[in-house]
Design a protein around this ligand. Structure first.
Ligand code: ADP
Ligand code: MG
Ligand code: ZN
Length: 609
């Protein structure tokens, strides 16, 4: 948009400069160059010139004589004079053998003059402008002057280079897309039975789950032209431009059928139209055009429209009705098996040691998206290079998981002994509370090496398998574990620090969700007190209750956290010896594994005599 504005400014400036040039050129240079414009003169001048033999051409009209005079230095000039009653003029003219009677030299000169002085320069400047723009486009890789033209890139099979094998997990999505690919290959099979394939399919899911990748894989598999365009490319400064682009895109697609059209990030143009008067006209027109086009083409012809978004709830309902994007293909965050498969797909691109335990990495990355997993493998490879190794090892991968979760290690951060001690007790507090409750995930690793994310240490818990549900007991155990850090500080140092802010945030979030969304509190029944918007983008919740209820919710949340906090303090008090022992062990080692932790925890206390 900004780009387009700039172009117009430039165009305006350029036009003004060219115009000034042309005018100056005409005023100053042209007369010098040609001197051919017709000059009025009197009859006696004509006669004198005739006598001197300077006239080369002449044209006699009813009331006017035009003649060309050649001066000594070879310049030519056309004059015009009135015609007198001079009967033997023609004879006198004919006596001079050099004089040519001409029909139209003045007129042809005028035309030529006009061409030379106005048309040519304008053409010249237009050509110059075009060359400039082309150069600029190339430099910016942009499309600044192609108004109303869709910028859809056409992919054919070889060009995306992606196939379904590149997409791990996402089996349901792949299955649905395989059907579409099959339809494009042999439409007759479907036509015979009378089945209509969906005109459009909408890929929905959180960012980084492989929606764009899936579409590219379809392009790779389908072997038909594949138009790919991002929703934001339709958004233009001028009303109507986006709509024109949509028209152009569908025109192209219809010509190339069977083919696939992929609109990425469709929510940029497909947002719900609202009654807002100051609404965005341009976007609305673009959407309307899209709706019209989707209705307009024949589904049997084999144009399939794919779109991707991570905000399906914001899409206009008209877009989602049957006959348009009637099929929804979810691309959810991968489960345990999916994560393992994605790690393996990406690990193929790097050289690894044998016997890498991908399952362990997958278990440690619950909730990670495909993009994050791809990033973890890449970080691991970078770490291997940094350490001068040729192969990626298990420890590279484990470290890079932590890099993704908490950032890089801050090796030279200076932390006083006193603070280190507090951090150690805090982390062991978390770990101990977790270990002493049966409903919480096993401790995997504890570290007090600070990270670039600001974490001064952390306790990593890894579940054995995949969890789809969270029971009330697990939720409470989780909150107790989160309060465990602060509890340890209070117990040992009789004070508290600001280090628990993240724990507090998470504990509150869980407790709040228990009350408002999961119906897990004793005060409220199964009532939805909050609704979640933007399910795929962080899941913001907005309250849907009266202010009185809201204050009751706050009370309830507070009481849940308070009970858990008290439970954590009780657990730590009962195990205060272990707390001391483990904290000192951690201070010494800085990082300990879950096994080391459990060994010390389960060891019988030494019997002192
Ligand atoms: P989005 O859903 O946001 O469009 P992308 O398709 O752009 O996500 O995915 C980003 C990157 O993440 C891909 O290029 C790929 O490397 C990786 N990725 C995501 N999901 C998968 C998957 N299921 N299998 C393999 N790689 C994946
Ligand atoms: Mg994408
Ligand atoms: Zn903590």
């Amino acid at each position: 948009m900004k780009n387009d504005k700039n172009i117009f400014k430039q165009l305006a400036i350029f036009s003004i400069i060219s115009l000034v040039f042309i005018i100056l050129f005409n005023a100053l240079l042209m007369p010098q160059l040609t001197k051919r414009s017709v000059k009025e003169t009197n009859y006696s001048f004509f006669l004198n010139q005739l006598d001197d033999g300077n006239i080369t051409q002449v044209k006699i009209e009813n009331t006017e004589i035009r003649f060309e005079v050649e001066t000594e230095d070879g310049r030519k000039q056309v004059y015009s004079t009135g015609r007198m009653n001079d009967p033997d003029l023609v004879d006198r003219l004919r006596k001079d053998k050099d004089i040519v009677f001409t029909e139209d030299f003045a007129e042809s000169n005028l035309l030529l003059e006009f061409l030379v002085s106005w048309v040519l320069p304008i053409i010249f400047f237009i050509v110059l402008w075009n060359i400039l723009m082309k150069g600029m486009n190339k430099r910016m890789g942009g499309n600044s002057m192609s108004f109303g033209k869709s910028n859809a890139k056409i992919y054919v099979k070889a060009q995306t280079g992606k196939t379904f094998d590149d997409v791990a997990g996402q089996d349901e999505a792949k299955e649905a897309l395989v059907e579409i690919v099959d339809f494009l290959h042999n439409p007759n099979k479907y036509a015979e039975i009378g089945a209509n394939l969906p005109k459009g399919a909408l890929l929905v899911g959180p960012p980084g789950t492989g929606k764009t990748l899936l579409a590219q894989a379809v392009a790779g598999e389908a072997n038909v032209p594949f138009f790919s365009i991002s929703g934001s490319e339709f958004v233009e400064m001028f009303v109507g431009m986006g709509a024109a682009k949509v028209r152009d895109l569908f025109k192209q697609a219809n010509e190339k059928a069977p083919c696939i059209v992929f609109i990425d990030e469709v929510d940029t143009i497909g947002k719900k139209r609202d009654g807002n008067i100051s609404g965005n006209d341009e976007r609305e027109q673009t959407l309307n055009q899209l709706l019209t086009e989707m209705d307009g083409f024949d589904g049997k012809k084999g144009v399939v429209i794919l779109a991707a978004t991570n905000r399906p709830e914001s899409l206009d309902p008209a877009l989602l009705r049957p006959g348009r994007f009637d099929r929804r293909i979810p691309a959810e965050l991968p489960d345990l098996a999916g994560r393992e498969a994605i790690l393996q797909v990406h690990a193929k691109k790097v050289k690894t040691e044998e016997n890498i335990d991908y399952n362990a990495i997958a278990r440690a990355t619950a909730g990670a998206s495909g993009a994050e997993l791809a990033n973890i493998i890449n970080e691991a490879a970078l770490r291997a290079v940094r350490n001068g190794r040729k192969l990626v090892s298990q420890s590279d991968m484990e470290e890079s998981v932590e890099v993704i979760i908490a950032g890089y290690q801050r090796k030279n951060a200076v932390i006083s002994q006193k603070e280190k001690e507090i951090i150690a007790y805090h982390e062991i507090g978390h770990a101990l509370v977790a270990a002493k409750q049966k409903d919480s995930a096993p401790v995997h690793k504890i570290t007090i090496i600070p990270r670039t994310s600001g974490a001064l240490g952390y306790t990593m818990q890894v579940d054995e398998g995949e969890k789809f549900l969270m029971t009330k007991e697990e939720a409470l155990a989780r909150i107790a574990t989160l309060t465990g850090g602060r509890s340890a500080e209070e117990l040992i140092f009789k004070s508290c620090t600001s280090g628990a802010s993240n724990d507090i945030e998470q504990a509150t979030k869980i407790a709040r969700a228990m009350v408002t969304r999961y119906g897990m509190s004793s005060k409220f029944d199964m009532i939805a007190l909050e609704t979640v918007t933007n399910q795929y983008l962080g899941g913001d919740a907005s309250l849907a209750c009266s202010p009185e209820t809201a204050s009751k919710i706050d009370e309830e949340v507070n009481s849940i956290v308070k009970t858990s906090h008290e439970k954590a303090i009780r657990i730590l008090t009962e195990n205060i010896d272990k707390l001391h022992e483990l904290a000192h062990f951690l201070l010494e080692r800085e990082t300990i594994t879950g096994e080391e932790f459990m060994d010390i925890l389960n060891k019988e206390p030494a019997i002192s005599l």
